[in-house]
Ligand binder design. Sequence first.
Ligand code: PMP
Length: 421
Amino acid sequence: MPHSVIEKPAERSVAAYDVEALRRDFPILNREVHGKPLVYLDNAATSQTPQQVIEVFSDYYSRYNANIHRGLHTLADEATAAFEATRHRVKAFLNAEDARQIIFTRGTTEAINLVAQSWGRSQLSAGDEVLISMLEHHSNIVPWQLLAAERGFTIKVIPVDAHGALDMQAYRELLSERTKLVAVNHVSNALGTINPVKEMAALAHQHGALILVDGAQATPHQQVDVQSIDADFYAFSGHKVYGPTGVGVLYGKQALLEAMPPWQGGGEMIKTVSFDVGTTFAGIPHKFEAGTPAIAEVIALGRALEWMEGVGVEAIGAWEAVLLKHATQAVSGIEGLRILGTAPHKAGVLSFVVEGAHSQDIGLLIDQLGVAIRTGHHCAQPLLHHFGVEATCRASFAAYNTLDEVDTFVAALNRVIGMVR
Ligand code: PMP
């Protein structure tokens, strides 16, 4: 056993964690890239999908493919039941009060746009302020900029310190009676910083503001409890929690969702439609789910969450912390390597730049050695500019990564740096 960290686990969940058994659920992990075994460390962009989730698609399309909610036939009933079962699973996954507070979207991006276009368009105007943070993904910046251009409100930015942690003192000072919304990520995709969203929610509420939490990077790594956070809105994506692309979730407080106008019109979201007296809308969640949704994807998301819960969300997070610690220590010895994001509370993301080596070159060359990392601005350009860089290399960990893979990555990184310098 080469890694003492396994022999002396900090937590029981790590000791019991059987990463080799769990890897067998992921067929893609057996493939080779450029003749080398794949080491997949781009999980913050998209996590891989277990066989149990992949099978949902062939099962759905070979047995009960039908449009949901409208049909009276058996296939439609079965598809509707499976689709709605995911809503209940997501309710439990987030500890929402009621399944009707779970709205299916195409992903986090669409969930945030829904809040902007429905709640934001009807509630925000000149004189109002929306606070976002320097850590935001473009998907929690641009929807607010688009709306601000139209509605005339102001966007203010909560700064970060040198470690990439939010400046909470500055946050307190930015909050005022003008603040209508705080829109902040739970975990930063670019740096891995875990933000104190519960504390932020309490402070926002003291000023009468709402809080929207972008949970795209938190849901893969930690148990989320929207009631404990007291989030007004919470969003996440299926493809980062071992599920498929094309599906995501918006949670909202019931009274807010009920008061919000629809943002897209079409089938499924109406009660009655008339040319004479206009249209009345369905209740939540259907009011926000116009058109045929990604049915198989939603069902598969339910299966992915079941898979995660089978392993244990907290156990996954604890394992990733072991991987992150090991990787951080291992790369710290590399000359000229600078880690961006050294906040005390971090999820499994390692972002770095190497003096004298372009991140893009590192990404391309390390791929030749079978290692998949992400290079670029990670859809967080303001943050990277704040740190004075255009791009970083980012290795990000998931449930199925191993300490040996971390070692392979670090050895490959050393080789590549030697080639480009
Ligand atoms: N927010 C964060 C923090 C993210 O990491 C991502 C995905 N990189 C998104 C939002 C957008 O998610 P999606 O592309 O699935 O809509």
